[in-house]
Write a protein that binds this ligand. Structure first.
Ligand code: ATP
Length: 563
């Protein structure tokens, strides 16, 4: 039996919070990881970010604030009303749990014997509870661990449950800490390898477990069908000349389809689908599985593709905005499949019949792709591609792509391997020069007149390291009626649960909702803390498939100001 006290994690959280310096955080975490390696289980590493599952597993505890209040009440024998009273004063359930746990154990010299194994297993059990009586069972699991927790332990258990740990540990810090803990003499070299291992596995427990065993184990980590991975990303090309400069001559050019990225996985009989954000969308796309099952042969594979929606009557392609509904929808899936069918454009093979193809050159991967993916109208096809050395021919293809209604082209280096998780210049995108950024909404204002009751103006932000910096206010682009795209009503519903502060007519929201915003140009501006403001911004698309890590950075903004 592995015995490690949960208090060890609490101390770690507090230490990490006591400094803003990255190097100090890395060294605090490295010391902790050495201990965890000796005394703990690999999966416990998830607790550092307040989780008990790998990042790609999107299951949630399903514990509301109300339920937490009930669990606190039951753990410490306190009436709900009393907790609500404190809540109005303190506002933070973690601190309230700390207070009550502290009171409970005040009388004697309390030393907590709460083990990590207990906290981890009770939290994990929450995922499997469903159906009748589930609320009671969940409360029992939570109050059991809260009841034997010290004040500080109770605080962090509650914050973990509410998925709001408030301990600043960026992914970069965890990776660097693993390098420092297990490879102190070759840190720099190992940081790269660890980053690559994480991009391949999307799982800190896998990386941690291998790193503890040594470099050769870390090198063995590879992609596995059924487990999401971080995909290769495209850089921006300014024009055709730039495209050749980036990808060499000859190069491959493909249509840039306007849908969303999907990794199609098969492992024996098991199919799974992931977005580029590692989100599992298998349940939302039974139609994709059906087409793949019937048409693509192989024991196991991972295909990289762009899935595009089309109108079932006119057979015309629809912009991403339309198909985006299918990513989030958890009910009425069959109806949506009929209303918004999709076509799969496969552009890469990353794994086939037990072998990883990441280190195989693109021209070879494409040959394999053409062998296994046949063109079936409006169902599946290899991405349309030509190989060219001649700029005129490349330009012609670009025009043809735009005429066909595509977003632009993607150019690819024929002699490159697949570098997961990175923008390395093996692929580049070229689109007409509409200026746009993906940005996150950090605040909003209520509208007037017929838009009253809706949040209709949005404060948008770019990122700079871990921070979000405001860069303007946008009020146009969304719709009043739902047939035309995302509506003010839908956006209001998305934002309301994220409200953190309410002012007169203004609310602050947690930075979660990503939107694509087009604009005319950027000006210096003292009104926003980025120092810049977008002029004439307009939201073109709500991006449920993007996370804040994908949004434009302050450097992207500054680059655009200079142009
Ligand atoms: P932007 O951020 O400039 O709006 P984008 O949001 O579409 O572009 P990018 O990463 O910049 O995303 O462009 C690359 C994306 O293009 C890929 O992630 C993929 O989803 C999509 N894509 C469409 N067609 C292809 C193709 N043939 N090959 C590779 N990627 C493609």
């Amino acid at each position: 039996m592995k015995e490690m006290l949960y208090f060890g994690f609490v101390e770690l959280y507090e230490k990490l919070n006591s400094t803003t310096k990255k190097l100090e955080k890395i060294s605090i975490l490295a010391d902790f990881l050495k201990e965890l390696g000796e005394k703990g289980k690999d999966e416990w590493i998830y607790l550092i970010k307040g989780r008990v599952l790998p990042e790609y597993d999107v299951r949630q505890f399903g514990i509301s604030r109300q339920l937490t209040i009930k669990a606190i009440g039951s753990a410490f024998g306190i009436k709900d009303e009393e907790i609500y009273k404190r809540l109005r004063k303190i506002g933070d359930l973690g601190e309230i749990a700390e207070e009550f746990a502290g009171k409970k154990h005040q009388s004697r010299l309390f030393s907590s014997k709460l083990y990590v194994s207990k906290v981890f297993s009770n939290l994990n059990k929450l995922f499997s509870i469903g159906g009748k009586g589930s609320v009671g069972k969940k409360i029992a699991l939570v109050s059991e661990i809260l009841g034997s927790a010290s004040g500080k332990e109770a605080k962090y258990i509650v914050r973990t449950l509410l998925e709001d740990l408030r301990v600043g540990v960026a992914d970069g810090i965890i990776k660097d800490a693993i390098a420092e803990a297990f490879f102190p003499d070759e840190k720099k070299e190992m940081e790269e390898l660890i980053e690559s291992a994480y991009d391949l596995s999307s799982d800190y427990a896998v990386v941690f477990s291998s790193a503890r065993k040594g470099k050769s184990e870390l090198k063995k980590i590879d992609i596995v069908p059924g487990r999401p991975m971080n995909v290769m990303l495209a850089v921006k090309a300014e024009d055709i000349d730039d495209a050749f400069r980036i990808c060499g001559t000859p190069l491959a050019i493909e249509y840039k389809y306007d849908g969303f990225r999907m990794l199609i996985n098969k492992d024996g009989d098991k199919y799974s689908l992931f977005t580029r954000n590692l989100e599992d969308v298998t349940k939302q796309f039974p139609d994709v599985i059906d087409v793949v099952k019937k048409n693509i042969h192989g024991e196991s594979f991972i295909l990289d593709s762009e899935v595009v929606g089309y109108d079932p009557k006119s057979k015309k392609y629809k912009p991403f905005e339309a198909v985006s509904q299918r990513i989030k929808r958890k009910h009425d899936i069959d109806k949506l499949v009929r209303e918004l069918p999709v076509e799969i454009n496969v552009f890469d093979v990353l794994y086939y019949n037990g072998k990883s193809y990441l280190s195989v050159l693109f021209k070879e991967r494409r040959k394999l792709l053409e062998k296994i993916v046949k063109k079936i109208h409006l169902k599946i096809q290899p991405a349309k591609q030509i190989i060219v050395s001649d700029k005129k021919q490349a330009e012609k293809f670009y025009e043809e792509a735009l005429k066909a209604g595509e977003e632009g082209i993607v150019v690819k280096n024929l002699n490159a391997h697949y570098r997961h998780g990175r923008k390395v210049g093996y692929i580049a995108k070229l689109k007409p020069s509409a200026k746009d950024f993906d940005l996150v909404i950090v605040g909003a204002e209520y509208g007037n007149g017929k838009r009253a009751g809706w949040l209709t103006s949005y404060i948008i932000a770019c990122k700079s390291g871990e921070k979000f910096l405001e860069i303007g206010k946008v009020s146009s682009g969304l719709k009043e009626k739902s047939e035309e795209g995302t509506t003010y009503d839908e956006m209001t519903k998305l934002l309301k649960p994220l409200i953190t502060k309410t002012g007169n007519n203004y609310v602050s929201v947690e930075p979660k909702i990503v939107v694509t915003v087009i604009y005319q140009n950027i000006q210096k501006s003292p009104s926003y803390n980025s120092g810049y403001a977008l002029r004439f911004p307009r939201i073109t698309t709500y991006r449920p498939d993007r996370k804040t890590k994908d949004i434009a950075t302050l450097e992207d903004v500054e680059r655009d100001v200079k142009k």
